[in-house]
Design a protein around this ligand. Sequence first.
Ligand code: NAG
Ligand code: NAG
Ligand code: NAG
Ligand code: NAG
Length: 235
Amino acid sequence: MMKHLTTVFASLLVVAGLAATAAGVRFEAANNASTTPGGQRFDEEYGVGYAVQVMSEASFFTWKIFNQTELADRRAAMDDRVKLVVNDINGNILGFESDSESSITLNAGYVNNITGDVRTLVTGLLYHEVTHVWQWGQQDTNWTHGWVYEGIADFVRLRAGYAPPYWVQPGEGSSWDAGYSVTAWFLDYCDGLRPGFVTVLNERLKDGYSDDDFLQIMGKPVQELWRDYKAKYGG
Ligand SMILES: *[C@@H]1O[C@H](CO)[C@@H](O)[C@H](O)[C@H]1NC(C)=O
Ligand SMILES: *[C@@H]1O[C@H](CO)[C@@H](O)[C@H](O)[C@H]1NC(C)=O
Ligand SMILES: *[C@@H]1O[C@H](CO)[C@@H](O)[C@H](O)[C@H]1NC(C)=O
Ligand SMILES: *[C@@H]1O[C@H](CO)[C@@H](O)[C@H](O)[C@H]1NC(C)=O
């Protein structure tokens, strides 16, 4: 406990935020928009201390989904550190993760616009962004298969119980590769048929995505799985 507090106070001085270390990873959060309405709302209804706790919990949850019980199984975060910064960004953006730095940005403007429960929605967003830190395959770039990475991040959010009200419903969407919640519900369906599907998919993504991943893991082509999935929900 003392050690933890020492870390916390030391980092307060350094980044005007909070930090804690768990499983060899340092979790840090700072509010760089405290003077804006959204930043104030973040401080009042969420807080950097709570964000540090949630990022740590979300990491353990993600490792569990990915079946990465050993440190050696996990992808390393840059400098073994996961950072959150609340910033006021122009535009209709909720937040994002910058993979080269394992850093998460939360848009204060989004927090200001939230009409529902700030705690639940921001926590859900953090689960999504924290998943990006730990998932394999993002070097499969130009974001050519961005949908699969976004789908997995939302799948973890879903399994953690933080599917937000603005998501599509299960069975909605016109293609498995629409990304985000459309893909998350589809992955949830596949994982229901074959528990551990997402674990294995994530593992295979080390070598980049291919439609063959679905065939190899599920024994059926992705197109056929999608048709079955749509049929389950009445087309
Ligand atoms: C904090 O906000 C200022 C002003 O918007 C910006 O220039 C700076 O890059 C931000 N710092 C971080 C760490 O994001
Ligand atoms: C917040 O709402 C305003 C007004 O509707 C909108 O212009 C702005 O883009 C929204 N910001 C975010 C981050 O969603
Ligand atoms: C990534 O994009 C660049 C420029 O758009 C292109 O030259 C390159 O071939 C792309 N790489 C892959 C792997 O698609
Ligand atoms: C999880 O890991 C254990 C131990 O390495 C392994 O036996 C098991 O098959 C894995 N489960 C999945 C779904 O990959």
